[in-house]
Design a protein around this ligand. Structure first.
Ligand SMILES: *Cc1c(COP(=O)(O)O)cnc(C)c1O
Length: 459
């Protein structure tokens, strides 16, 4: 399979380029030149596979040039051995909601599902090619923890994580800062998530800096993360629906990563009616889907911090797709965004977006009342991000069954769960130690040069 950049379709890239670079050097995002497509007959064959078997089949379709089937099998086996449930994910039916629980990995958020494979994939490639890389990543709370858990103690890599100081939950921070490994560096940046992400993007765009540290990235713009997330859309559909039955997915989203994986699954042939973009107060995605006007405003701090984002990077992939893979048009819109702080999607393209997507947002009060309602009516504790997914699914009426992606374990956000339900969710037993261990991190001001120097001194 060949890959191209959303901003220049004349050059092609291998999976390995895409994996190691994260972001194309023209600033665009990598996408496959052609997305594989499955017929109903193909789906029939995949339907009864275990999660791990299904993962191998789907992942191989995107990277068979780099890995053999037995290598992928081995990567998958290693990556999911520490998950707390048999089949990596579970479906919890509560009332008329199907909750797809994606938080049974080592750092209690869905990001582990992709990140664990990424860690092992790096090791495989770096070992084969005798390479060393430095991963620089921005986090709104959960990506950093998942990346650190996947990369800590690996020989040929160091990882630098920028999180917005005081804007993530205590448990989120402790998952990152209590890891005592000599290849892990945590930076608390005096800014918000968009600042962290902007810094990482600038470092990628700075060719000298990038090559001087052999920089690599694992943010949700990395195509590999998308691939590993496609798997659970197929798996959960197979579990709850008939093969040709169109269902909906409600996805709490910020950076448009997880839900974009659902869109790729739909393009591959999975029968999906609507992909519901569920947002908190930071509702840029709702505004753009409803009006075609993409205009980031100031980020607001909410009880669902992993979605406190106004620049939904992966949205560029959708823009590219609905513009019939026209990179000139995509580049123009992205330049508009850079220069004028906004862009407009034309009617025809917006119609294509509306065919697949629907969006609604939830206020802080609504989010908490969903958490309390789920506890009162069904006896389950849910985290605030999952609550946004459930609340939005309840607010709108869609044809067919809906699966809501449960993206984090409630104990990762215990303060707000406690506030909404009166119950303090417990961390899984084997993770309780993070609450008492010593934290290691450095505070840096919102100054790109200082961050670059910090990294250069430590690579
Ligand atoms: C990262 C995250 C999200 C948002 O995912 P995107 O891929 O950025 O859309 C939602 N919920 C939780 C718990 C997360 O960690």
């Amino acid at each position: 399979m060949q890959y191209i950049s959303t901003r220049n379709t004349t050059k092609t890239f291998s999976f390995k380029d895409v994996f190691l670079n994260g972001l194309a050097s023209d600033g665009g995002l990598y996408v496959p030149k052609q997305i594989p497509s499955y017929s109903i007959l193909d789906l029939e064959k995949l339907k009864n596979l275990s999660y791990r078997e299904l993962a191998v089949r789907i992942i191989l379709d995107f990277c068979a040039d780099e890995f053999s089937e037995s290598e992928i099998k081995d990567l998958i086996k290693k990556s999911y051995k520490n998950f707390r449930v048999q089949d990596v994910v579970t479906i919890n039916k509560t009332g008329n909601i199907n909750l797809l629980e994606l938080f049974h990995g080592p750092t209690l958020a869905f990001k582990d599902i992709a990140m664990q494979v990424i860690g092992n994939m790096y090791e495989n490639i770096l070992e084969k090619d005798k390479l060393k890389v430095n991963v620089v990543v921005a986090t709104s709370g959960d990506t950093g923890a998942a990346a650190i858990a996947a990369i800590k103690d690996r020989k040929n890599m160091k990882i630098f994580v920028l999180h917005p100081e005081n804007k993530i939950s205590e448990v989120q921070r402790k998952f990152m800062t209590t890891v005592n490994s000599s290849n892990v560096f945590n930076i608390a940046l005096g800014g918000n998530f968009d600042d962290c992400q902007k810094f990482v993007k600038s470092m990628f765009a700075d060719k000298n800096f990038r090559s001087s540290i052999n920089m690599s990235g694992v943010n949700s713009i990395n195509w590999a993360r998308i691939i590993f997330q496609i798997v659970y859309y197929f798996f959960s559909h197979f579990k709850i629906a008939k093969l040709n039955e169109k269902i909906n997915f409600s996805v709490p989203t910020g950076n448009f990563g997880d839900i974009y994986a659902g869109y790729v699954a739909k393009k591959m042939g999975l029968p999906i009616n609507k992909l519901v973009i569920a947002t908190n107060k930071n509702d840029i995605l709702k505004r753009v889907v409803n009006t075609g006007h993409y205009k980031p405003v100031k980020v607001e701090h909410t009880v669902s911090p992993s979605m406190d984002i106004q620049i939904a990077s992966n949205f560029e992939r959708l823009i590219f797709d609905v513009n019939s893979c026209n990179s000139k048009k995509t580049l123009k819109l992205m330049n508009d965004l850079n220069e004028r702080g906004e862009f407009k999607i034309e009617k025809e393209e917006l119609k294509k977006i509306k065919d697949s997507f629907f969006s609604e947002s939830l206020s802080e009060e609504e989010t908490k009342s969903i958490m309390s309602e789920m506890y009162k009516n069904h006896g389950i504790l849910i985290d605030p991000h999952t609550a946004v997914g459930i609340g939005v699914a309840k607010k709108i009426s869609l044809e067919g069954n809906t699966i809501v992606l449960a993206t984090a374990h409630p104990s990762k956000f215990s303060d707000v769960v406690m506030e909404a339900t009166g119950i303090k969710p417990e961390l899984p037993e084997n993770l309780k130690n993070i609450l008492v261990e010593k934290e290691n991190y450095d505070k840096l001001p919102k100054d790109l040069e200082k961050v670059k120097n910090y990294i250069i001194e430590r690579v």
